[in-house]
Design a protein around this ligand. Structure first.
Ligand SMILES: Cc1cc2nc3c(=O)[nH]c(=O)nc-3n(C[C@H](O)[C@H](O)[C@H](O)COP(=O)(O)OP(=O)(O)OC[C@H]3O[C@@H](n4cnc5c(N)ncnc54)[C@H](O)[C@@H]3O)c2cc1C
Length: 443
C-alpha cells in the first residue's frame, strides 16, 4: 500500500520505519528543511526523557541500543530544597530502572536515518501541508504552492497543531478539545562547571517550589537543560536582570550559583505554552482518502509528564500490531489503536491508584523499603501539587469541540468543565510519579 505520512518529527519517522518494514511504500512530507543539514529547530525542548515504553518501540526495530548509546540514564530524581538539601528518590527499589535523557535533535536525526535506510521510504523536506482536497494534498514550498496526488492512506504525525487533524475536525462526529494551563515553560542552561557536570548526572533534578517548579536533565556535553514550569504571570514578572538574579538566588540558590548566563538566557529564551489536546476518533475519510493521526497530532499532553514522545512511540507499536491482526486493513487498525492505548492508560492509572492507596495506608505489604519510601514520596509530591489546583490557579479553556455544532449546548457545559478539572487533578498527581508508573507498563 502507498502511505503518506505528514510530519517527519520523532513519531512520523518511527512510524515510517514500522510501515516500511511491513512492505508499504512510504512518503514522508516535512515542512522544515532536512534537520541533518539545516540544524535543529528552535522552540522545542533540547532534550527529553525516554522511558521504557519508548525504548520498547525502538527495541522492536533494533534501534534501542544505538539510541541509548548516546543517552544519559537517570535512575531516580533528585529533589532540591531551598536550603540546598538534596533527596534522591530512586525509580526502582534496586536502582536498576532508569529513564534516559536524550537530545531531541540527535534522536530525530537517528530516526530519519533509520527511516531512509529503508528503500521504500522517501522523505520530502520543505513541504508544509496547507490543505487536503479531493484526492490531493496541497503543500506550501519555497518555490510556491504544490499539489500532490494523495495516497490511499494519509497519516498525520504533524504535531499538536496538526494540519491533518484540522481537516478531520471538520467532519461530522469528530470530537476535539484543547486545554491551556495557566502555566508556561522556559528553558535555561546550566553549563559544565570546571569541565564537569554541576550536579549528579544520574538523576532528573527537580526544584519543587509550591506553585512553580524547575527541572533539569543532563546532556552529553556535561551541561544540564533546565525547564521552568511557572505561572505565566511569574514568568513575565522577572523583567529585569536584577529581578531574575534575585529570584533565583532566593528560590534556587544552588542552581543560581552555577548559571553564569542566567539573566541573558532568561531574557532571550521564549516562553512555551502548556496544552493538552484530544481528538476522537483518530481517523476518518476525507476526499476519498483514509486519514489517520498518531503522536501529538492525536493526543498532545503537557510536557511535565515526560510522556508525549513515549506515548507517540507506543502508537506506532500499537498500529503495527493492529495492522498485523487485521491483515494490513488500515481502517480497522486505525480504529483499534485508541482502544488499545486506552487499555494501557487505564493500566497506568490503576498502578497510580495502587501506589497512592498503599502510601496513604502507611504501609506496603511485602514491598521493599525503598519502594515504600518511593510510593510515599510520590503521594507527598502529589499532595503538594494538588494545592495550585484547589487554589484555582489552573483554568480550563474549552476552545472548541469539533463536530458539536448540532449538539445541545448542555453537551459542552458544566459537566465537561467539572470532568476537565478532575482530569487535571489526576494529571498533576500522575506527574509526581509518572516515570515510576511507566517503568512497569509492560506488566
Ligand atoms: C518542553 C518539552 C519537553 C518535553 N519533554 C518530553 C519528555 O521528556 N519525554 C517525552 O516523552 N515527551 C516530551 N515532550 C513531548 C514530546 O516532545 C512530544 O510528545 C513529541 O515531540 C511528539 O512527537 P510528534 O512527532 O508527534 O510531534 P512533533 O515532535 O511536534 O513533530 C511534528 C513534525 O511535523 C512537522 N509539521 C508540523 N506541521 C506540518 C505541516 N503542516 N506539514 C508538514 N510537516 C509539519 C513538524 O515540523 C515536526 O517535524 C516534551 C515537549 C516539550 C514541549
Amino acid at each position: 500500500m502507498e502511505v503518506t505520512i505528514v510530519g517527519a518529527g520523532l513519531v512520523g519517522c518511527l512510524l515510517a520505519c514500522y510501515l516500511s518494514r511491513r512492505g508499504h511504500e512510504v512518503t514522508l512530507y516535512e515542512r522544515r528543511p532536512d534537520p541533518r543539514t539545516a540544524g535543529a529547530e528552535r522552540g522545542r525542548s533540547i532534550n527529553l526523557a525516554i522511558s521504557e515504553r519508548g525504548i520498547d518501540a525502538l527495541r522492536r526495530l533494533g534501534l534501542a541500543e544505538e539510541v541509548l548509546a548516546e543517552a544519559l540514564p537517570m535512575p531516580g530524581r533528585m529533589m532540591h530544597a531551598t536550603d540546598g538539601a538534596l533527596t534522591f528518590q530512586p525509580y526502582s527499589a534496586d536502582g536498576s530502572h532508569a529513564i534516559n535523557s536524550i537530545s531531541r535533535a540527535a534522536l530525530n536525526r537517528k530516526l530519519l536515518d533509520a527511516a531512509e535506510a529503508h528503500p521504500n521510504v522517501t522523505a520530502r523536506f520543505g513541504h508544509r501541508l496547507a490543505g487536503i482536497g479531493n484526492g490531493t494534498l496541497e503543500f506550501e514550498t519555497d518555490g510556491g504552492p504544490v499539489t500532490e496526488k494523495g495516497q490511499q492512506v494519509v497519516i498525520g504525525a504533524d504535531g499538536a497543531y496538526s494540519a491533518v487533524r484540522a481537516r478531520l475536525q471538520a467532519l461530522q462526529g469528530t470530537d476535539f478539545s484543547q486545554e491551556y494551563l495557566d502555566y508556561g515553560y522556559k528553558e535555561l542552561t546550566i553549563p559544565p562547571k570546571l569541565g564537569e557536570f554541576a550536579f549528579d548526572p544520574g538523576a532528573l533534578h527537580i526544584w519543587p517550589r509550591g506553585r512553580s517548579m524547575m527541572i533539569a536533565l543532563p546532556n552529553p556535553d556535561r551541561s544540564f537543560t533546565c525547564t521552568l514550569f511557572w505561572p505565566h504571570e511569574a514568568l513575565a514578572g522577572l523583567d529585569t536582570p536584577e529581578r531574575v538574579r534575585a529570584h533565583f538566588t532566593q528560590e534556587y540558590p544552588d542552581a543560581a550559583e552555577v548559571m553564569p548566563h542566567l539573566a541573558s538566557d532568561y531574557a532571550r529564551n521564549p516562553v512555551g505554552h502548556l496544552v493538552t489536546m484530544r481528538c476522537d476518533p483518530w481517523h476518518g475519510e476525507v476526499g476519498g482518502m483514509l486519514i489517520g493521526l498518531v503522536g501529538d497530532a492525536a493526543h498532545a499532553i503537557v510536557p511535565f509528564y515526560g510522556q508525549g514522545a513515549n506515548c507517540g512511540f507506543q502508537d506506532c507499536v500499537e498500529l503495527d500490531r493492529c495492522l498485523e491482526e487485521t491483515g494490513d486493513d488500515f481502517a480497522g487498525a486505525l480504529e483499534a489503536v485508541p482502544a488499545a492505548q486506552g487499555r494501557h492508560r487505564r493500566h497506568r492509572q490503576a498502578r497510580a491508584g495502587q501506589f497512592r492507596g498503599d502510601a496513604r495506608q502507611g504501609g506496603l505489604q511485602g514491598v521493599p523499603r525503598a519502594e515504600e519510601d518511593r510510593a510515599r514520596a510520590g503521594a507527598d509530591a502529589a499532595r503538594a501539587l494538588r494545592l495550585p489546583l484547589r487554589a484555582g490557579l489552573l483554568h480550563h479553556h474549552p476552545v472548541r469541540r469539533g463536530g458539536a455544532a448540532d449538539r445541545p449546548p448542555a453537551a459542552v457545559g458544566g459537566d465537561v468543565r467539572g470532568r476537565a478539572a478532575d482530569r487535571r487533578g489526576g494529571h498533576l498527581e500522575e506527574m509526581a510519579i509518572s516515570h515510576d508508573l511507566d517503568r512497569g507498563w509492560r506488566a
